[in-house]
Design a protein around this ligand. Structure first.
Ligand code: BMX
Ligand code: ZN
Length: 287
């Protein structure tokens, strides 16, 4: 089986061919600006038109809340679509192939679960990137809930006196820990704006940079301990551009080690690396 995998993010779209569980081709482009679903779909397919005749199906993982009507932003600050955005329906029309679509972090959670040697583990995948997303696997099943919202753990509020999140709540994990939040704190504290990449590079010699990153890692640690308390998970798998940044995972684990033992939980790096969501898009077809 050859699956065209498509991962839609707020800033980039990744496409790949997955064959027997392996990514054999990969292409990336900036997320098209068009808010028209027909034009948007044409734009993401334009460079890989010659792949379509060779594939059996299409798996999409996307930022946002996925329902049968399409993609809806939980945090509209991170996504520009009019919602619900019927991307799966339009892909079917333009390619004539069967399409399945899942939230990006839910898809990655399923992929990461399939890579575990011990499949009896209950786990969550957390991506720390533009936003903070998640997917939860319990008893070998992706837990989506009746509406499909399950896993939107970036929108668990952990600070009732915190700042407003784009979702409308106060003090969400995403408003403290995401790449967007890190950039906002750093723009506030430095006179000359720097990228998040530069911030991580400065951290070993710059207490301000270190404090911004630690604040994010502390929020993710709190989220992990909350998941342990609420669901008694066995493992957290971490991914995303921030999740994979130099020393970030260590900072999260260090923060968890300072919490009461009963709430501690191991956190490991995603096996799918930066492509966990893309691989997850294809693994929807692997039951
Ligand atoms: C947001 C939300 C989630 C998504 C998460 C990570 C939107 C548009 N997205 O919490 O659905 O899983 O961000 O998304 O509301 P990413 O783009 O950072 O990977
Ligand atoms: Zn929120």
């Amino acid at each position: 089986m050859r699956t065209l995998a498509i991962d839609i993010g707020g800033t980039k779209v990744a496409l790949g061919i997955v064959e027997s569980g392996t990514l054999v081709k990969r292409h990336q482009l900036e997320t098209p600006e068009s808010t028209d679903v027909i034009q948007f779909t044409q734009s993401i397919l334009k460079d890989i038109k010659d792949w379509i005749s060779d594939i059996d199906n299409i798996g999409v993982s996307t930022t946002g809340f996925v329902t049968k009507d399409g993609i809806t932003a939980i945090n509209p600050d991170t996504l520009n679509f009019p919602t619900p955005f019927p991307l799966a329906q339009e892909l079917e029309i333009q390619t004539n192939k069967p399409v399945k679509m899942l939230n990006d972090a839910q898809a990655a959670a399923w992929y990461e679960y399939t890579q575990l040697s011990d499949t009896s583990l209950n786990m969550a995948f957390i991506t720390v990137s533009t936003g903070v997303g998640g997917g939860i696997i319990i008893n070998g099943t992706l837990h989506q809930g009746h509406s499909g919202l399950a896993g939107h753990i970036g929108h668990m509020s952990i600070d009732i006196n915190g700042i407003a999140c784009g979702c409308g709540q106060i003090g969400c994990v995403e408003s403290i820990a995401s790449g967007t939040a890190i950039k906002r704190f750093s723009d506030y504290l430095y006179d000359t704006p720097i990228t998040n990449l530069e911030l991580f590079a400065r951290a070993p010699n710059d207490p301000i940079a270190e404090s911004i990153i630690v604040k994010s890692a502390q929020a993710i640690a709190t989220l992990c301990c909350n998941l342990k308390a609420g669901l008694d998970l066995d493992l957290i798998v971490l991914g995303g551009g921030i999740g994979f940044a130099q020393g970030y995972l260590n900072r999260v684990n260090k923060a968890i080690q300072s919490r009461p033992r009963v709430f501690q939980i191991p956190v490991i790096a995603a096996k799918g690396n930066y492509d966990a969501c893309l691989l997850g898009a294809a693994f929807q077809f692997k039951e």
